[in-house]
Design a protein around this ligand. Structure first.
Ligand code: ARG
Length: 276
């Protein structure tokens, strides 16, 4: 497919500036508490990401950062919304628990959402992805490290969409959004070895034309991307992945998010999509 055929759709996103960003606890293999982060640089890089999204014509809402919640910049983990319904997050680790409260307040203030508080542990868009154009609208859901599989059934009841459970097996890729991304409404890219053999078969059956990434792409956080269906925002380190998405007909747009990688996240982690 040529670039001209890959059409963008305007999106609404929610981001939270890394003003209080630190690595003071380690809850994934990327975090090293002995290595100081540069919060000022993180904010600069975050601003550039936000500007990239708004320059592409997307609407970006900003969540007020709260002191004492150093991972709040990873706004994708705070909830998961589909067609005006928000399935709230419930974090695996107590250090992040209050982020769910801040996200809930955001949706309550915005007014137009139906918010459903979860019973089961789930980390929002970290482990849930929505493909509106695949099979009439399906949710892909990861488990193995953070989200409890019971939350997948709960999400299906809340959202009324089929939820396909996928087992993550590599601790380096602890959230679904580090191993798989939606390139548009019905196409995905993923790193097969991040999933169990059975889940790899499920993905191959559902998405025979998926763009496959390799370990190097995944380690560069090349799957932690945000796409509007045409422009694919990736971090600068993921240059090989950028070439792959270009060959598939998308337009890669690279941003430097070196500081956020120290917390174990990149572009997608920092950008929640709101689906009113
Ligand atoms: N330090 C955060 C954690 O381990 C990073 C979250 C990254 N977010 C994401 N959507 N993968 O929880």
């Amino acid at each position: 497919m040529s670039h001209a055929e890959r059409l963008p759709r305007n999106r609404t996103y929610l981001m939270c500036p890394p003003e209080h960003f630190t690595v003071e606890y380690a809850i994934n293999p990327w975090m090293n508490t002995e290595f100081a982060v540069d919060a000022a640089l993180a904010v600069q890089q975050w601003e550039a990401l936000r500007a990239t999204l708004t320059d592409l014509g997307h609407e970006v809402h900003v969540l007020d950062p709260r002191p004492g919640l150093p991972d709040m910049v990873y706004s994708a983990n705070g909830a998961f919304s589909v067609d005006g319904t928000v399935y709230g997050a419930r974090f695996r680790f107590p250090q992040r628990a209050d982020e769910a409260v801040a996200h809930r307040a955001f949706y309550a203030d915005a007014g137009r959402w139906r918010f459903v508080a979860p019973e089961h542990v789930n980390e929002g868009e970290g482990d849930f992805a929505y493909l509106p154009g695949a099979y009439g609208g399906i949710v892909l859901a990861g488990y193995g490290f953070r989200t409890d599989p019971a939350a997948h059934a709960e999400a299906q009841e809340v959202l009324g969409r089929p939820v396909v459970s996928l087992k993550l097996v590599d601790p380096a890729f602890y959230h679904l959004d580090t191993a798989l991304a939606a390139l548009d409404d019905r196409h995905v890219t993923y790193y097969p070895d991040a999933f169990s053999p059975a889940s790899q078969r499920v993905l191959a059956q559902l998405f025979p034309d998926a763009l496959l990434a390799d370990r190097e792409d995944a380690e560069a956080f090349g799957l932690n991307l945000v796409s509007d269906g045409r422009h694919v925002i990736l971090n600068t380190e993921a240059s090989a992945m950028g070439r792959k998405v270009r060959d598939a007909g998308y337009l890669p747009v690279h941003v430097n998010l070196s500081e956020l990688k120290r917390g174990g996240g990149s572009v997608k982690c920092a950008v929640a999509e709101l689906r009113p």
